[in-house]
Ligand binder design. Sequence first.
Ligand code: ZN
Ligand code: ZN
Length: 70
Amino acid sequence: MCSLCLQSPCHPRCPNTSEPKPVLYCRKCRKGMCVGDKHYDGICKECLDDMCADEWLELFEESMEMIEEE
Ligand SMILES: [Zn+2]
Ligand SMILES: [Zn+2]
């Protein structure tokens, strides 16, 4: 048992916990992502959450169609 937080495994806020090592870095914000974190195509969940429709389409290499005059 940890001598600081008296929990096993450590409380996530305990200074004794070892920082989880990032295994992947987000291609947008460069944040490190660890085992268990969610991402899509190398983009972290936080970035995906603030992406707008245009950015989504860009991700899928699609673009919006414009209605043109006939
Ligand atoms: Zn601890
Ligand atoms: Zn990100």
